[in-house]
Write a protein that binds this ligand. Structure first.
Ligand code: PMP
Length: 308
């Protein structure tokens, strides 16, 4: 079956979605993107895109920070996503990647001044299962430090920043861990290589504040909202120290890819009982019910792909 890609206003087969080696983003990482999921509900025979609007709003912010012109409004991007999925006739879980990037230098000369470089855009979608292949992640504190907002900001989802994520994730894997946790330049906990982090400490649900050099995750915002609305638990957003993680009762990652992934070990220390914590389990159950369209209260977060 053809995997259709939306590229610069057209639908093209994946094999034809090519870029030149002269592409600025390829040479310098001058691009930003989103990672979004859609969930297939077999009972309802429906594919639900999870919070596409919020992802596209973040993409627009990333573009603004980087200086890339996005060719579509958020509404148009939501509509194109549904059209792309219908064209692909997807009937399984999907991960998709809207990607806005600096393409060709207008003068034909090499230039770092991004004002001289054109913009381009594609959306590539593919079937996707679990991102972190374990029920409970064993983690390390990375020897790599998070980039600062005044160097390569993590607030924007910038391709070049993922060099750091890739180094941290590869190092963790090399040393036998499932995932890395990055400290920022101040020595505070920021996030995982591709996910945000929550802890339960002294009974309080706590997560690093958005000013601690991290991506302002859509899943993070989802967890904060459902913990309060469904469990009456207010999340504390503040600076978190490394040793607080060791002393936590529960820890978990959250992200579009990671969904809700419990963390059972950090730097060889067992977290809590070493099992999935009770609050983590509750949040995980709520999350999966919502994304699969089993909780009508949150249908506003879901965009159904197929007309019923
Ligand atoms: N931090 C980083 C570095 C990420 O790559 C991701 C995944 N996009 C997240 C956090 C989680 O963000 P979200 O919940 O929006 O997927």
């Amino acid at each position: 079956m053809t995997n259709w890609v939306y590229m610069d206003g057209k639908y093209v087969p994946l094999e034809e979605a090519k870029i030149s080696i002269t592409t600025h983003a390829f040479l310098y990482g001058t691009a930003c993107f989103e990672g979004i999921r859609a969930y297939w509900n077999a009972e309802k025979e429906q594919l639900y895109v999870f919070r596409p609007r919020e992802h596209y709003e973040r993409l627009a912010d990333s573009c603004r920070i980087l200086g890339i012109a996005l060719p579509h409004t958020v509404d148009e991007l939501c509509r194109i996503t549904v059209e792309l999925f219908q064209k692909n006739q997807f009937r399984q879980n999907i991960h998709f990647r809207p990607f806005a990037y600096k393409s060709k230098e207008k003068s034909g000369q090499i230039s770092l001044d991004m004002r001289n470089v054109g913009d381009a855009f594609f959306i590539w979608a593919q079937p996707f299962g679990k991102y972190i292949q374990t029920k409970g992640a064993k983690c390390c504190i990375s020897s790599w430090r998070q980039t600062d907002d005044n160097s390569i900001s993590r607030r924007a989802k910038i391709s070049a920043a993922y060099i750091l994520s890739a180094l941290a994730r590869s190092e963790a894997g090399h040393n036998g861990y499932d995932e890395a946790i990055l400290l920022n330049q101040d020595g505070h906990v920021s996030e995982g290589s591709g996910e945000n982090l929550f802890m339960v400490r002294k009974g309080k649900l706590t997560t690093p504040a958005v000013t601690e050099n991290l991506l302002e995750g859509i899943t993070r915002a989802t967890v904060i909202e459902i913990a309060e609305a469904e469990l009456g638990i207010k999340t504390v957003e503040r600076a978190v120290d490394r040793t607080e993680l060791y002393a936590a009762q529960e820890l978990f990652f959250c992200g579009t890819g990671a969904e809700i992934t419990p963390i059972v070990q950090v730097d060889g220390r067992t977290i809590g009982t070493g099992e999935v914590g009770p609050l983590t389990q509750k949040i995980s159950d709520l999350y999966f019910d919502i994304v699969y369209g089993r909780n009508p209260k949150y249908s506003r977060w879901l965009t159904p792909v197929y007309a019923k």
